[in-house]
Design a binder for this molecule. Structure first.
Ligand code: MN
Length: 487
């Protein structure tokens, strides 16, 4: 049986009202999902419970954790957004609604849609916490993907690889990204997965043995050089990331020249210590030229910071070593979530690691400045790029991208001129509305048509896109001509 304390105990700090909110959401969700099962035949509630735990682990605020517990209760429509608002307040309800909406996005493997979907995710989410809940939701769904009907597995795994993992990466959340990629790998590329599993057999164990000596040597040297605080561990390369590396032309599937299968990671207190340690290591062993990377001076576009070097270590064993501060480490693992953690006061943490003036949007823009890559995914993160766009769905979940202020008339024409020309009404989010209704991000729109319906001059004023206007004019001309003939 799940216990709410399992969640609360993960939080480093919490107030009485935090506990109340989380407990209430816990009980509400447990009751709402009563009798429901996962594909694994387990009680459904296990799922939101695990998602909430994952986010509690990231030290997110109590509203996010409550929303995580509630994230699937509105799915089957038996519980309304209104109810959530009444019971849990505006902010939690806003998060739940955002997560529910994002859940309706589906990726069916069309190349063209990837870009739109990624953009839409960000435009719609409005609040980074909505994306964090969705990512944690996806991690748990991927962990239990084996129970999902086979015909669905591949679609979900592909969506994970194409949409969710890149998103996690852009938010600097290395841990989520690695988990998502590795969980999706075997479903999307089953043959390659098997091959790589075969290839690495015994390799990690072998490497680990080599590293014990290297680690010991470094520890001794650092102490002698008066580095007071440090911590050394090793990180094992994620399988999917290894798969991608092996495909590089210079590697050409030769696993023996992948030097970072396991890398040593040295964590120190200050940036000065990072460079000091790098110097000490280079004095101990010769570095391979061209393999020294200073991601502290020049962070990766997603904010990643570290020093990397590859050296001929003890016994000529080529070893990659990564050096970073604690703060860099936390940010590499948890990315934007590391900035989101709240202190006891309920206010954002002050000081070095969190700048309360930076909203996540500004943060992303800052990250972007550090790079010149153009055709990268980060292009799509330019918030002003879709500031004036609206993303809506067809009832099937296809994404339609329109300018701000566009109406259901534009939506109808962007699907097909026939649907535009014969539109008689629209249903937006299950409600009948007039055809000149202005669309909002995330609306689900169904256009009703009647054979004898024709566009009117009024539509010209209501339509925003040139495509719709052009087609309305064409249709009016045609019908005008028709009238004259029968007169
Ligand atoms: Mn879910």
């Amino acid at each position: 049986m799940q216990d709410v304390n399992e969640i609360i105990n993960l939080l480093k700090s919490h107030s009485k009202s935090d506990i109340e909110l989380i407990t209430k959401a816990f009980e509400f969700s447990q009751k709402a999902h009563e009798g429901q099962e996962r594909f694994s035949r387990e009680p459904y509630f296990i799922h939101p419970f695990e998602v909430a735990k994952d986010l509690a682990n990231l030290q997110l605020d109590s509203k996010t954790i409550a929303a995580a517990l509630l994230h699937d209760v509105c799915e089957d429509k038996s519980i309304s957004e209104k109810t959530i608002k009444k019971e849990f307040g505006d902010e939690t309800a806003f998060l739940v609604a955002g997560v529910t909406k994002l859940g309706q996005l589906k990726y069916h493997g069309a190349e063209l849609q990837i870009e739109n979907l990624r953009k839409m995710f960000l435009a719609m989410a409005k609040d980074i916490r909505v994306i964090l809940i969705r990512l944690a939701d996806r991690v748990h769904n991927m962990k239990t993907l084996q129970y999902v009907p086979e015909e669905k597995q591949k679609r979900i795994a592909l969506e994970t690889l194409e949409i969710y993992a890149p998103l996690a990466n852009r938010l600097g959340m290395g841990k989520f990204k690695g988990q998502l990629e590795d969980l999706a790998f075997q479903y999307v590329y089953p043959e390659e997965y098997k091959k790589i599993k075969e290839m690495i057999k015994g390799k990690y164990e072998e490497k680990e043995k080599d590293l014990i000596k290297v680690k010991y040597g470094i520890e001794k040297e650092l102490r002698e050089n008066d580095i007071k605080y440090f911590h050394i561990d090793s990180r094992v390369k994620h399988l999917y990331s290894l798969f991608k590396k092996l495909q590089r032309p210079e590697i050409n599937m030769n696993i023996d020249i992948v030097y970072d299968l396991i890398a040593l990671r040295i964590i120190v207190k200050t940036i000065e210590d990072c460079y000091k340690v790098l110097g000490i290591i280079h004095k101990m062993w010769k570095p391979i030229p061209g393999k020294i990377k200073d991601y502290i001076a020049t962070p990766k576009p997603n904010g990643y910071q570290s020093l990397h070097t590859t050296v001929f270590a003890t016994g000529g064993k080529i070893t990659e070593i990564q050096i970073r501060t604690e703060q860099m480490h936390e940010e590499a693992e948890y990315g934007i979530a590391a900035h989101w953690a709240y202190a006891e006061s309920g206010k954002p943490r002050e000081g070095g690691r969190f700048n309360p003036r930076l909203s996540w949007v500004n943060q992303l823009i800052e990250w972007q400045k550090g790079t010149k890559a153009s055709k990268d995914f980060l292009e799509t993160l330019r918030i002003d790029f879709f500031k004036d766009r609206v993303f809506c769905f067809t009832p099937k979940g296809d994404v339609i991208d329109l300018p701000e202020g566009a109406t259901t008339i534009d939506f109808a024409y962007s699907i097909h001129s026939d649907i535009g020309n014969h539109a008689s009404g629209a249903i937006v989010n299950n409600k009948f509305v007039s055809l000149d209704t202005v669309m909002k991000n995330g609306d689900i729109i169904e256009i009703q048509t009647q054979k004898n319906k024709k566009p009117s001059a009024e539509w010209l004023e209501r339509a925003k896109t040139s495509l719709a206007k052009k087609q309305i004019r064409a249709a009016m001309k045609e019908s005008g001509l028709f009238k004259r003939i029968i007169k």
